[in-house]
Unconditional design. Structure first.
Length: 128
């Protein structure tokens, strides 16, 4: 999840790291490697889908997307007819936190993000 969150994070120019890597992946092995992340165990893929479905549903705060709330989770589960186990709730809260803050590890300390390549400059011609 951390890997996906970093790839989807917006850069200063509005593009995502994923955009940069995908742009150069056809000719750059490092870009292709940067796009590949750890595999999610098949038995837990449904949680990842739920996390993406729930992310941002608790609204916005002054710093961006608000944390997933228990109320939002409970209402979503009731609407979907899902009986959540306690460990699924914990996993969804952690996945949501990872989506909101991809550069922090379990201790809350910022990790160094992988370098993002710079878009190639567009060649300007004067028509000659």
């Amino acid at each position: 999840m951390r890997h996906e969150s970093r790839l989807n994070a917006r850069q200063k120019d509005g593009a995502t790291a994923r955009d940069y890597y995908e742009h150069s992946a056809h000719r750059n092995a490092e870009a292709r490697a940067a796009l590949e992340g750890p595999e999610c165990p098949e038995a837990l893929e449904y949680l990842l889908g739920w996390a993406y479905e729930l992310h941002g549903r608790s609204g916005l705060s002054e710093v961006g997307v608000a944390p997933l709330s228990y109320a939002t989770l409970a209402e979503w589960a009731r609407f979907r007819g899902v009986a959540l186990e306690w460990w699924e709730v914990e996993a969804l809260l952690r996945l949501d936190a990872e989506l909101r803050h991809p550069s922090e590890d379990e201790t809350g300390e910022a990790e160094e993000a992988p370098p993002v390549p710079v878009w190639p400059k567009r060649k300007v011609t004067d028509g000659r």
